[in-house]
Design a protein around this ligand. Structure first.
Ligand code: SAM
Length: 224
């Protein structure tokens, strides 16, 4: 398929998400129109890049469905110039969407536990010149990334049994965190805001199903 055809299908998918009432925020619409999802999936899945479904990226992991990226990014509500931490880099697609929104004055740090996916994401992001605005780290993201903390926004893109404590600590006052929280098979999206007195407020949003966050503050590897 030609680049022009991918661009056309990307526009159609975004329009469909807008018509369906899922995609509402102008910043997120612009970002999803700008990032070529076909560049973040393995070659044999490129033709399916604009189906609204998760796709395999290897090692038992997935790139999230576009509607889920839209919902989570809108719930996170990142702003120009923000410092954002993403836990669960996968393909690097969500990091690119976040990077489009925070712009040159912001930065995205994204952590992935599977070394091969760190390389996959770096290649994908590098080809599209996102690596100036995105730093990809290999490690256990349930511990956060204290080196660059505190963050204005934190997004977890793997299912956690509860919000990892280090992430709450690394969130700025007034900051916002979004994560799927629940058991291995079923979660709810949780939106956390850190109030001026340092207290955290949790709001439960839509049901969802994510691959597990495996780590010290996630699920243990032996549970699989
Ligand atoms: N955001 C990704 C994208 O745009 O392609 C999709 C994320 S995928 C649904 C979840 C990812 O979280 C997987 O790549 C998985 O390896 C990773 N993961 C699971 N536990 C992790 C941990 N403790 N630290 C960092 N990454 C983790």
């Amino acid at each position: 398929m030609k680049v022009r055809d991918f661009r056309e299908r990307r526009r159609e998918l975004v329009e469909e998400l807008v018509r369906g009432g899922i995609l509402k925020n102008e910043k997120v619409i612009k970002a999803m129109l700008a990032v070529p999802r076909e560049e973040f999936v393995p070659a044999n899945y490129r033709d399916y890049a604009y189906n609204d479904s998760p796709l395999p990226i290897g090692y038992g992991q997935t790139i999230s469905a576009p509607h889920m990226v839209a919902i989570m990014t809108q719930a996170l509500d990142p702003e120009l110039g923000n410092k954002v931490l993403e836990v669960g880099t996968g393909s690097g697609y969500q990091a690119a969407v976040l990077a489009e929104i925070v712009g040159e004055s912001g930065h995205v740090w994204t952590i992935e536990r599977i070394k091969e996916l760190v390389e996959f994401a770096k290649n994908n992001l590098g080809r599209l010149s996102y690596l100036r605005r995105v730093t990809v780290i290999h490690g256990d993201g349930s511990l956060g990334y204290s080196v660059a903390a505190p963050y204005d926004r934190i997004m977890v893109t793997a299912a956690a049994p509860e919000i990892p404590d280090p992430l709450l600590k690394q969130l700025k006052i007034g900051g916002r965190l979004v994560a799927p929280v629940g058991n291995r098979y079923f979660q709810r999206l949780v939106i956390v805001t850190k109030e001026s007195n340092g207290k955290v407020k949790q709001e439960y949003s839509i049901p969802c199903v994510f691959v597990p966050l495996v780590g010290k503050y996630g699920f243990k590897f032996s549970e699989f």
